[in-house]
Write a protein that binds this ligand. Sequence first.
Ligand code: HEM
Ligand SMILES: CC(C)=CCC/C(C)=C/CC/C(C)=C/COP(=O)(O)OP(=O)(O)O
Length: 318
Amino acid sequence: MIETNVSKQHESFLQVLQSYYQLTKPRIIPLLLITTAGSMWIAAKGQVDPMLLLVTLSGGTLAAASAQTINCIYDRDIDYEMERTRHRPIPSGRIQSRDALIFAIALAVISFSLLSVFANLLAALLAMAGIGFYVLIYTHWLKRHSTLNIVIGGAAGAIPTLVGWAAVTGDLSWTAWLLFTIVFLWTPPHFWALALMIRDDYAKVGVPMLPVVAGNSATVQQIWWYTLLTVAATFILVYPLQQTGFVYGAIALYLGGVFIYKAWQLLRDPSDRNLARGLFLYSISYMMLLCLGMVVDSLPLTHHAISFVVSQFIWCES
Ligand code: HEM
Ligand SMILES: CC(C)=CCC/C(C)=C/CC/C(C)=C/COP(=O)(O)OP(=O)(O)O
């Protein structure tokens, strides 16, 4: 009997932990961290201090988790109405808003302390700005009131690139702002491709996402232009900024080509949900592999390998 009670308590404790975990929308965080890491590697020219990496990614995780938790509190009414979000911890009644708020504040305080003590103040302030922007500008101001919600609100999701850069260098250069711009421009194709599939959900709760207000054709046209701009922006790292080399350039070219092809297919058939789904899924792989490309390109080993291949080539020629 005692044993059964203990195991029941254990089970319910795990369920509570799991609910808090779900509150942070954890599936999105790894990609935010990958963009932070890509930025750190370029900033550190391939030689990132492992402790700084650990601190920055931990601080970034806590900040993003805090932002998502506050978003879950604010949006609990519409989340309850939408099938996709109905089972989140607050609308389903597993966590009270007050407890979620305490949790979010604790996460933000730990994030700020960690980043300001072990990275630097600029990185810590940028992470807090990310929370502020996502909660106030996107969630409160734009999400329910403007079709530009994703375009302007997307800036929040691009801030982790600035956090990563600032953690390494203590300031923000043109390259940092370019990395921010790449994620900023990528966000509309990423989200609108998904929104084409779930527009009925957003329409039901009156959230003016572009496909709901302007329709599929206008949305895919916007997706097309933002995809072209995103891919074009990725090459500025190679030229004129010269922050990345041949390896990144080749990866960006291949990935960008596929991204443009998928956006073009959707442009030709705006109501095909499979194409929209394919573009949404690809947008995630695209950003992940592009940032990995930045990391690989910046590694000293890659530079040695390229120098070796080039020297062999010159040797053979002569
Ligand atoms: C304002 C900007 C953004 C909006 C509105 C948005 C919206 C969404 C939504 C609604 C989903 C589906 C999640 C679900 O079904 O619960 C999603 C998935 C995802 N988003 Fe975004 N997103 C944005 C920016 C970003 C950024 C900046 C990143 C990372 C760099 C990102 C990474 C992801 C990933 C990895 C998934 C897939 C999660 C899974 O596996 O289910 N998103 N996004
Ligand atoms: C540095 C820092 C802390 C940055 C914060 C970045 C951040 C949390 C970006 C998340 C973007 C995102 C996935 C929005 C989901 O939209 P939604 O909430 O409207 O989606 P929903 O319809 O699923 O609720």
